[in-house]
Each structure stands twice: as C-alpha cells, then as structure tokens.
Design a protein around this ligand. Sequence first.
Ligand SMILES: C[S@@+](CC[C@H](N)C(=O)[O-])C[C@H]1O[C@@H](n2cnc3c(N)ncnc32)[C@H](O)[C@@H]1O
Length: 150
Amino acid sequence: MAFTFVIIFGAPFLPTLKQQVPKALDLIDLQAGQTLLELGSGDGRILIAAVERELKVVGYELNPFLVLYSWLRTRKYGSQVKVVWGNFWHKKLPPTDGIFVFLLQPYMHKLDIKIMQECSKPVKLVSFAFTIPDKKPTKKRGGLYRYDYK
Ligand SMILES: C[S@@+](CC[C@H](N)C(=O)[O-])C[C@H]1O[C@@H](n2cnc3c(N)ncnc32)[C@H](O)[C@@H]1O
C-alpha cells in the first residue's frame, strides 16, 4: 500500500539507477559543506552518495518503510544526514544549495513554482527523467536535467 498510494502525491518508488547517481551529483556540482535537499528520497542512495562527497543532505520521504530503511542506512553519518518523514508539498523548503528529484512529469510545474516561491537564495535543481515545462535546462546529461534558479 505505502508503495503505491504515494503516486497521488508525487511518484511511486522507483530508484535512480546506480550508474546515474554519480552523474546526478556531478551535474548538480555542489561543493563540500553545501546542502543538498532530496524531495522524495526513496531508499537513501542519493543521500549516501552525496554525504560521501561531504555534502550536508536532507531527504523528505512519504513512505515510512523507506524512511526507516534510509535512516538505518545513513545514521552512521550523524548530523550530516537528515531524513524527514512527510509530504514535501506541505513543508516549506529549508535553505539549500541544491535539490534533487525523481518525480513524475505532472508535478514538475508545481515544483518549479514551489522553488521560485520558497527558495530565497540561488539553488540548482537536478531532475532525473522529467523536465520543467517551458523552461530550458542549463545543462543536461543522460536523462538528467539541471535548472539554475537565481
Ligand atoms: C521515483 S522515486 C525516487 C526515489 C529517489 N529520489 C531516487 O532517485 O532513487 C520517488 C520517491 O518520492 C517519494 N514521494 C513521492 N511523493 C512524495 C511527497 N509528496 N513527499 C515525500 N515523498 C514523496 C516516493 O515515496 C518515492 O520514494
């Protein structure tokens, strides 16, 4: 149940392919100490790869099983990783330098508006597979799209 009902909020659980994870982090190009927010953090694979690059990471995830699983996987990194159980549409985005998402196409316009309304400093968004309608990506690579918000 928990794995299917989330489709009405954003996307079902389908993890980013392992070989795409380093490509996504290369594309977002954050520096050590900067913060990456993942909206729908799944099993935590992006969070782990990002914290291994010395980023601070925050993941929001709706599915409680995935929250527990990713919390268990990331707890050794202490305060560098935070996994929050909840619907990110109902949370104000915390200050961040980058955002990673793998959602569904119908949610990308809503996400664009949320970022423009809530992010007070420049932020880079990388989306796997889906694009922001009517917005040209700054960069793209193998199914990953980057958008820069000033
Ligand atoms: C396609 S999966 C991607 C998982 C992970 N980001 C990755 O790339 O491996 C989408 C994830 O977003 C979660 N999700 C969907 N809508 C959400 C929402 N509104 N709030 C929090 N999590 C959500 C789902 O439970 C699922 O784990």
